[in-house]
Design a protein around this ligand. Structure first.
Ligand SMILES: Nc1ncnc2c1ncn2[C@@H]1O[C@H](COP(=O)(O)OP(=O)(O)OP(=O)(O)O)[C@@H](O)[C@H]1O
Ligand SMILES: [Mg+2]
Length: 414
């Protein structure tokens, strides 16, 4: 919703401004519809998902669903989740009163303190502040996340010592209650402790939760996003069925469908300058080899398919390749430096640790050996495609003209 030139600072001014209260999902839907109607780039920076993933997310937003992003590692799940905050209002008003741990809707407070303040204070004395879009998104990684972190905790000392405190007043708010009117993303949902899953389900579905045996009730308004790897998500017992059941839409992500879009992602994400004092010019076939390495790894029988091979592998390998060429450029004063096959010998530094070996297959290969085999396969495949396309004759002719080639990562290009 557009904010007036002079932002309302009291509840009275807010009412006069015509501001209307909406749920997060309503707000997201309204702004999303506007962006869709205007033909905006809905998810800037996302490559190759125009026909598969983005339509699914669009429907989920329009349907007002919580979402689970299901896919192997490095498929832009986290990136997509963060991008959803684009569709929040630029700012929303909240009750600017001390000791209330949530950003209360000025028309519909959910805490006892908020409600009481409204009841006792004339509207032109109720202070309003504004909560910006980028503060309304929070995320957590499931492993190690405790009940108290994301749901809450009751301080028994305060309950025992206080003057007839209600449970709510002795409550320490976890991250989800504090994200009331915002977006909360939980990464790697299957790794979330079962007790926390139950708490999460209760707080979202029943709106109340037992903390240390004390029932606490809130009308929380949060859009919840989850991410998970399909292999663990589908393993029975990892995610409680009630929670699965509550997730409105499942968005299946995937790796780039072709090498060209894979290369576009890598170039965009590598964030390494090619110009400067020692410029580097990357031939397209070298980019293709970098992508072919990841594609070969995703197919390799030595690599754990369930875990996947992230886009980060291509991105890191690309940077190492450019770095190796640049080092040569600096040492030999070569401008521009051009990456070559021998530069790929350094890829183990960026690739190791990014391949998870398939231990069940019972191979006795080390990660380095697997990587070398994948590298050789990728180079061969790309080279073969060029031979198929241009013919060996064309390539042989270049050598036939007396070209001698000596290669190595520290020999000059010409
Ligand atoms: N389709 C894509 N478009 C743009 N960038 C992408 C795409 N796929 C992967 N990436 C890039 O790959 C990197 C990893 O993405 P991200 O962290 O969002 O993955 P993820 O699916 O959350 O992975 P994980 O399961 O490991 O958390 C980011 O730099 C991201 O921009
Ligand atoms: Mg992620």
């Amino acid at each position: 919703m557009p904010v007036a030139a002079v932002k309302p600072r009291t509840l009275k001014e807010l009412r006069e401004s015509g501001w209307k209260s909406k749920s997060v999902k309503q707000e997201l839907r309204d702004n999303f519809i506007r962006a869709l109607a205007d033909g905006d780039d809905l998810f800037p920076g996302i490559v190759g998902y125009d026909d598969t993933v983005i339509p699914e997310i669009s429907l989920a937003v329009l349907a007002g669903h919580d979402m689970l992003f299901l896919g192997e590692k490095g498929q832009a799940k986290s990136r997509l989740m963060r991008l959803l905050s684009r569709f929040l209002d630029e700012e929303i008003p909240y009750l600017d009163i001390p000791d209330v741990p949530v950003h209360e809707d000025p028309y519909r407070p959910i805490t006892a303190k908020g409600k009481q303040f409204l009841a006792e204070t004339p509207e032109d004395e109720v202070p309003i502040a504004w909560w910006p879009r980028d503060r309304r998104y929070a995320e957590r990684l499931a492993p190690g996340t405790k009940f108290a972190d994301i749901i809450g905790e009751i301080d028994p000392a305060r309950l025992a010592g206080g003057v007839s405190l209600s449970a709510e007043e002795a409550l320490y708010f976890g991250l989800i209650p504090r994200m009331h009117r915002g977006i909360f993303a939980m990464n790697e949902l299957p790794e979330l402790d079962e007790l926390v899953q139950v708490g999460l389900f209760n707080i979202l579905e029943e709106r109340d939760v037992q903390i240390r045996g004390y029932p606490v009730r809130f009308d929380l308004d949060v859009l919840i996003l989850f991410s998970a790897n399909p292999a663990t998500y589908n393993r029975s017992g990892k995610v409680i069925p009630q929670l699965k059941d509550r997730i409105g839409s499942v968005i299946l992500t995937h790796y780039p469908l072709d090498r060209h879009s894979a290369a576009a992602i890598t170039e965009q994400e590598a964030d390494i300058p090619l110009d400067g004092e020692y410029p580097v010019v990357v031939p397209y076939f070298m980019k293709e080899i970098i992508e072919q390495i990841s594609m070969a790894a995703r197919r390799s029988k030595y690599v754990d398919h369930q875990s996947g091979v992230s886009a980060r592998l291509s991105i890191a390998n690309y940077r190492t390749m450019v770095a190796s060429a640049r080092r040569r450029g600096v040492v030999l004063g070569e401008k521009p430096a051009v990456p070559r096959i021998s530069d790929l010998a350094h890829l183990s530094s960026s690739a190791l640790g990014k391949l998870e070996l398939d231990l069940m297959a019972g191979h006795q290969m080390t990660e380095k050996q697997v990587l070398d085999a994948i590298l050789a396969e990728a180079i061969r495949d790309v080279f073969q495609e060029y031979v198929d396309e241009h013919g060996l004759a064309e390539i042989a002719e270049v050598f036939g003209r007396g070209t001698k080639i000596e290669v190595g990562d520290l020999l000059p290009s010409s």
